[in-house]
Write a protein that binds this ligand. Structure first.
Ligand SMILES: [Mg+2]
Length: 216
């Protein structure tokens, strides 16, 4: 039966992405640990993801980019997990369909979010994913995010399959899934209601997947 791989943000977790405050807090925590005192402009850049700017500021402040990046990613993960545990960020009410699918076929989670958070989500909500892949906590890992297909390709290789459906809520999911050789399913959520995309399938709900997988 058709394997199904899922994006995470906007598919399982409510809202299209990690709240920017999570990264702001994570950058501040990493900078405090590294005992540096950046200017306001530098701090603003550290809170964002432009690694060329961050690299420049790291040089100016005498800290190691890889170390800053790793610490920031770790703090962003724990900040995100706190928000999920407290219910500040919720899940969509159709995610039971993922549990149902998991009883019938190979399922996986492939996200641009951090790998640590992908593992947390799989575990915390008790999904029985056959493979989980999020971005590595490095600049190189950040650069391999979708629309680059490489994390999807790695996941396919890990479970030994070459076909299936990639389900996502953004255009880059459709591009990455297609490039990896999969069918794509674009999931309509409130934040992408009016987007037009060229996916193999369109879903109004994750529940639609159950009949889609049965018929394919
Ligand atoms: Mg998404």
């Amino acid at each position: 039966m058709t394997a199904v791989l899922f994006d995470m943000d906007g598919v399982i977790l409510e809202g299209p992405r990690t709240h920017p405050q999570v990264y702001a807090n994570a950058a501040d925590a990493a900078l405090a640990e590294l005992e540096v005192d950046p200017t306001a402009t530098q701090r603003r850049d550290f809170r964002d993801h432009d690694h060329e700017r961050i690299q420049r500021h790291c040089q100016d402040l005498g800290i190691d980019l890889a170390e800053f990046w790793d610490r920031k990613e770790a703090h962003a993960s724990s900040g995100t997990h706190d928000r999920l545990r407290s219910g500040e960020r919720g899940t969509y009410d159709d995610i039971d369909a993922i549990h149902d699918l998991g009883e019938r076929t190979t399922i996986g989670l492939v996200t641009n979010n951090r790998h640590e958070t992908a593992e947390f989500v799989a575990d915390y909500y008790e999904f029985d994913f056959d493979v989980v892949r999020g971005r590595d906590p490095t600049v190189e890992g950040y650069e391999r995010r979708k629309p680059d297909p490489s994390y999807i390709e790695e996941a396919l290789e890990a479970v030994g399959i070459t076909s299936g459906i990639y389900v996502g809520d953004s255009e880059k999911d459709v591009t990455a899934g297609r490039t990896a050789g999969l069918e794509t399913a674009f999931l309509r959520r409130s934040h992408n209601r009016d987007r037009s995309v060229d996916a193999t399938h369109e879903l109004e709900s994750l529940t639609d997947l159950l009949s889609l997988v049965d018929s394919s």
